[in-house]
Structures are given as structure tokens and as C-alpha cells.
Design a protein around this ligand. Structure first.
Ligand SMILES: [Zn+2]
Length: 389
């Protein structure tokens, strides 16, 4: 999903196979060698904490911030469609090999699967570009690939900037974390939960959660807790850690994401709301890799159909029923949002009446630039201040 076109400035460098690189090299080589021995057409990439650690070094952060994660987050790259991979079964063997190499620290849910995209542009393979520009947060826009016996680190400009500054910002083109709402990118419950998790776990010093977005979350929750099931997942994650529970509640209350004061109270309220909505108790169950792949395949098919419909609509639509909303306050004052009811097409009109893309809206631009000073609508939360540390 592309809401706002990106500059797509991507850095690439070969990592030396010593120090931090040595252990990763060994693990990736072991997995890759087994793939080759068994004739399995797969490749792997490292994402998440380990990759962020290397970018932290580039950002010249003190060593403790660059600490390498003990377990690797891996992306499995496959050549065929997920449908064909599911029939062929090779992909299950690949997952087994990865899990064995990592001594069971890699759960089924942790294995992301991505289809290989041929070709490259300016030295950046299209598969890498696709992964980097579809992350949930800017600080996650980094991967390490293993090819021809070399480790290569890739990261975007935004990733480097936000790791350097400690910014927790959602990526602007991931439809699980943000969506356009009257022209402005607004945070979804899952996106808010991601930011909270980064703050609780000390992975972000600042998070961007504008008041207006929180208001929208409350309105759309219709009197229930705005984070819903994602709040339950946070509670589950910290169920055995009382210190993190306290941090979670302080951050949730300070950002306005709940009015509950205690962890237990919050968790019980969410559980009750979940039961009323679904008719059964909330339970986190380990899904099999096959179940995960099936749900991924279904989700991708639904998205694809949605995209084709919208594109057809847009191409054939002359936008007869366009509404124009003038924004009366905040950083976007004086701008208008044009919205076609028939096809969902969105355009922005600036003060001079010129029609532009969504990136023209000052609040969207500020979000993209992480321009803290230009965001006077109190979107940035200083986590250190909230926690009094
Ligand atoms: Zn239209």
C-alpha cells in the first residue's frame, strides 16, 4: 500500500565477519548450507533488533544501545507464490531448518515469508527494497542479507535518523499501522500498540501519538478500550514482569490510551470486552506454520482483490461526488481535502487552490520528516519524562 511516495534513499554496506558479524555469519551460513544440501530454493534475511544494532553503530550510539539481540528475527524468501509453496511443502522443511539452527528461539509467528522479486535498481535488490519500504516502523527499515558468502547491511535514511534520535515513528505506507483519515495519516490500534511496546521496552525515547489520532481511536472504539485485542496482547507479553506492567500503565495513561490506572484493572476490562464481542475467552495459542501461511495467503488475496477494484474504480471514475472539507485548525489550517465518495480517491488542495497529493498536507510532511518542533499539536511523547527517569 502506498499512501505517500517515499524518497527511498537506501544505504548498503558489506559487514565484516568479525565481532558482531561473526556469529550471525555462522548461523546464516549454516542455514544456507542446509538449504543447498537439500536442494531447497530459499534465501534468508535478518531483520529486527540485530539489524537495528548495526544501524545504531552507524548512528554512533553508545555501545549499550547497540547490544545485539540474542535471537535472530528472520525473513524467509521464497521463489514461488505462497499458494504453490503451501502445496509443495518445501517451505515447511525450510522453517524446520531455521528453527533448528536457532535452537528453538524462533517461533512460527517470528518467521516472516516474502516472495522473491527479480532485479535491482541502483544496486538495491528489489526484494530488499520491498521489505524495507513495507515495515511497520521506520526504525525497522533495515535488513541484513547473506549472499555469496557475504553479509550486507541495508537501511533507509529514515531508519538511521530515527535510531539516532530515539524516535518511535510509524512508517507511512504500512496499512496495518496507519490509514488516511480525511487526508491525514492517522494511527490504527495496532500501530499505537507497536509504539507503546517500543516505549515500554526502551527501544524508543520519543513516540509520536498525536491527540487527534487518540481521539479518533476513542471515537471508533465506541466506549470500549481503544487498543482492544492489541492491548490484551501487550498485557500478555508483560504478564510475568511487574516492572514492565507499571511502565506500560504509566505510558498508556500519559498518552491518553486508557483511563484505567492499574494493570489488573486494564487487563480484566479488556478481557471482559473481548468476551462480550466474541463470545469466548481471549487466549493466545501457538499456531502451526501451515496455519500462519494459510492466513497470510488469504489476507494477501483479499488485499489484491481490494487493490484491483480500487484501481479500476479510480481509472474509470470522473469523481462526480467529490466532497471538499476545509481544515479549520491545527497545522493543516487553510488546506482542503478532496474526497471522492465513489472510488475513495483523495487529493489535497493548498491555500492557493492547487490540487496535490497527500504528502502536501503539513501534518503528513511533518510526520515524514520527524519534525518535532513543527508538531506543536503535542504529538511527541518523551518517554523518559513520563517514567521520571
Ligand atoms: Zn472517484
Amino acid at each position: 500500500m502506498v499512501f505517500i511516495p517515499r524518497r527511498e534513499k537506501i544505504y548498503r554496506e558489506t559487514l565484516p565477519c568479525e565481532g558482531m558479524g561473526k556469529e550471525i555469519f555462522g548461523l546464516l551460513k549454516q542455514i544456507n548450507d542446509t538449504f543447498e544440501e537439500e536442494g531447497l530454493p530459499f534465501n534468508i534475511m535478518v531483520k529486527g533488533g540485530t539489524s537495528r544494532g548495526f544501524v545504531g553503530e552507524r548512528a554512533r550510539l553508545p555501545a549499550k544501545k547497540c547490544a545485539i539481540a540474542t535471537d535472530l528475527d528472520l525473513v524467509l524468501i521464497h521463489m514461488l507464490t505462497l499458494e504453490k509453496e503451501l502445496k509443495g511443502k518445501n517451505i515447511f522443511r525450510a522453517a524446520e531448518i531455521m528453527q533448528k539452527a536457532l535452537n528453538g528461539t524462533l517461533s512460527n509467528e517470528d518467521i516472516e515469508t516474502i516472495r522473491y522479486k527479480p532485479g535491482e535498481v541502483s544496486g538495491i535488490p528489489n526484494t530488499v527494497r520491498g521489505v524495507l519500504l513495507s515495515r511497520d516502523m521506520t526504525v525497522n527499515e533495515t535488513v541484513i542479507t547473506f549472499k555469496n558468502g557475504r553479509l550486507v547491511l541495508y537501511y533507509t535514511d529514515e531508519c538511521l535518523r530515527d535510531i539516532r534520535c530515539g524516535n518511535g515513528l510509524l512508517s507511512t505506507n504500512n496499512s496495518t499501522v496507519v490509514r488516511p483519515h480525511v487526508g491525514r495519516l492517522t494511527i490504527l490500534p495496532y500501530g499505537a500498540a507497536r509504539l507503546i511496546r517500543f516505549a515500554v521496552e526502551d527501544k524508543a525515547k520519543f513516540i509520536y501519538l498525536p491527540e487527534r489520532d487518540i481521539e479518533i481511536l476513542w471515537n471508533e472504539a465506541h466506549g470500549k478500550e481503544p487498543l482492544g485485542v492489541y492491548g490484551l496482547m501487550l498485557c500478555h507479553r508483560y504478564q510475568d514482569f511487574s516492572e514492565l506492567q507499571e511502565k506500560l500503565m504509566r505510558i498508556l495513561v500519559s498518552t491518553g490510551l486508557t483511563k484505567e490506572k492499574s494493570f489488573i484493572g486494564y487487563r480484566e476490562k479488556l478481557k471482559k470486552e473481548f468476551f462480550i464481542k466474541n463470545g469466548y475467552e481471549f487466549q493466545l495459542r501457538q499456531r502451526t506454520f501451515e496455519e500462519i501461511l494459510h492466513s497470510r495467503k488469504n489476507r494477501m488475496e483479499t488485499q489484491k482483490i481490494g487493490r484491483t477494484f480500487r484501481k479500476d474504480d479510480r481509472d474509470n471514475c470522473c469523481h462526480p461526488e467529490t466532497t471538499e472539507d476545509r481544515i479549520e485548525n491545527g497545522p493543516d489550517m487553510g488546506y482542503s481535502v478532496l474526497h471522492c465518495k465513489d472510488c475513495g480517491f483523495l487529493r489535497i488542495k493548498n491555500k492557493a487552490g492547487r490540487e496535490l497529493g497527500m504528502e502536501a498536507l503539513p501534518s503528513n510532511r511533518n510526520l515524514m520528516d520527524a519534525n518535532i518542533k513543527a508538531l506543536p499539536d503535542m504529538g511527541f511523547f518523551n518517554i523518559g519524562k513520563i517514567l521520571g527517569s
